[in-house]
Design a protein around this ligand. Structure first.
Ligand code: XUL
Ligand code: CO
Length: 447
């Protein structure tokens, strides 16, 4: 495409600081600024997803598309349309200046009339993507296969009652893992979009669990066979589109992986609003993954507190992101993962430039939360309060319990010999909350 699709945006979005009122400039996200010895760009490792921004036209279940996405016109020759879409996506990526992108096989490749046609389409578009990556410097954060949109997957992919569907899903992942490798992707994600059930009446849970485990083993084996060096990740979600998804939340996925000898093969890609749909907070999901060595990557977005479904909005609350960012920093930061914006415009945001406003806002919100979280890490107050709360476990009693040196009877004897029982200690929740807010309100790093 020779003509620009976003002519309102001339060149790369600059960092202009908080005093700027230019809507097409970053206010906080200064990629080169050093925070805890690392550039902000390297801390956040931000990615843009192709599906919401370039494959969705704004349709919902009550109305048709509202967004200006000419490449989705069904009258176009599918490969021409796919090439136009990729050209616009890379124009956007280059102008936004983020280091990464993410996509499903079906986001870029037309379905064609057979699997081999789909595969050939994907290969040709992978060649194009390699060229764009070289020209723009944008890299692939993760690839994934869409195993949920086509009607063949209506009853699941690997958990389908029909092994032929399992085989089809395997073929797609086999190929997309290789495409991800060719593009130098640093991760491969599996979201079990229809791995769950709509009714238990027609569902054999035991079988479906075994099928899912077998599938995950096959993917891990293929990764080893082709020498893919990235990380395999599973993205938990509790429901939608199915009534109940097997990859419900981080703890459920972790338990499943551990039961099937797969916990060393996979990490978690945690999506903020999937966490809230599961009845948790995003903070909880990140903290759980960090505490159990399962943290991999993040799909950044938010829900709407009044809606119980996956609204996939761009993040805009620093308060909501400070503690997840704090956990990420405390846990040593991302390795292969990053923040992918799995977020979409509102259906009424119909100006082309709205896609920039959405991303700029989300990116600045993440950057601000990073600065606050880094202040909290440097200050160390919260960490030392928590440390203090558990100090007893370093004393002789706590240490001997943890070392397995005492029995239940020993402990009973200890309690009987003691003059008084342990005294309740304040959990100081409000004090902890005030410490966090002090940093949110008084972050000295934001000029
Ligand atoms: C769906 C979702 C997916 C995955 C990739 O809720 O989050 O877009 O991130 O398949
Ligand atoms: Co997601």
């Amino acid at each position: 495409m020779t003509q620009e699709f976003f002519p309102q945006v001339r060149g790369r979005i600059p960092f202009s600081g908080l005093t700027s009122s230019d809507p097409l400039a970053f206010k906080v996200y200064d990629p080169d600024r050093l925070v805890l010895g690392k550039r902000i760009e390297e801390h956040l490792r931000i990615g843009v997803c192709l599906w919401h921004s370039f494959v969705w036209d704004g349709r919902d279940m009550f109305g048709s598309g509202t967004l200006d996405r000419p490449w989705l016109d069904p009258a176009l020759e599918p490969m021409d349309a796919a090439r136009m879409k990729m050209a616009v996506a890379f124009e956007f990526l280059e102008k936004l200046g983020m280091p990464y992108y993410c996509f499903h096989d079906a986001d870029v490749a037309p379905e064609g009339g057979s699997f081999s046609e789909f595969r050939a389409n994907l290969d040709a578009l992978t060649d194009d993507a390699l060229g764009y990556q070289e020209r723009t410097g944008v890299r692939l954060l993760w690839g994934t296969a869409n195993l949920f949109s086509h009607p063949r997957y209506q009853a699941g992919a690997s958990t389908n009652p029909d092994p032929g569907v399992f085989a089809y899903a395997a073929a797609q992942v086999c190929h997309m893992l290789e495409v991800t490798q060719r593009l130098g992707g640093t991760n491969y994600v599996l979201w079990g979009g229809r791995e769950g059930y709509d009714t238990l009446l027609n569902t054999d849970l035991r079988r479906e669990g075994k099928q899912l485990a077998r599938f995950l083993h096959l993917v891990a084996e293929h990764k080893a066979r082709i020498g893919f060096e990235g990380t395999l990740m599973i993205e938990p979600k509790p429901q939608e589109p199915t009534k109940h998804q097997y990859d419900y939340d981080s703890a459920t996925v972790h338990g499943f992986l551990a039961r099937h000898g797969l916990a060393d093969e996979y990490k978690l890609n945690i999506e903020a609003n999937h966490a809230t749909l599961a009845g948790h907070s995003f903070h909880h999901e990140v903290a759980y993954a960090m505490a159990n060595g399962m943290f991999g990557s993040v799909d950044a977005n938010r829900g709407d507190p009044q809606n119980g479904w996956d609204t996939d909005q761009f993040p805009n609350s620093v308060d909501d992101l400070v503690m997840p960012l704090y956990e990420v920093l405390k846990g040593g930061g991302f390795t292969t993962g990053g923040f992918n914006f799995d977020a979409k415009l509102r259906r009424q945001s119909t100006d082309r430039v709205d896609l920039f406003h959405a991303h700029i806002g989300g990116i600045d919100t993440l950057a601000k939360a990073l600065l606050v979280a880094a202040d909290m890490i440097e200050d160390g107050e919260l960490a030392s309060m928590v440390e203090q709360r558990y100090a007893g476990w370093s004393d002789p009693l706590g240490a001997s319990i943890l070392a397995g040196e005492v029995s239940l009877e020993d402990l009973a004897a200890h309690v009987e010999a003691a003059e008084a029982g342990p005294r309740p200690v304040s959990g100081q929740q409000e004090l902890y909350e005030n410490v966090v807010n002090r940093h949110v309100w008084a972050d000295s790093r934001t000029s």
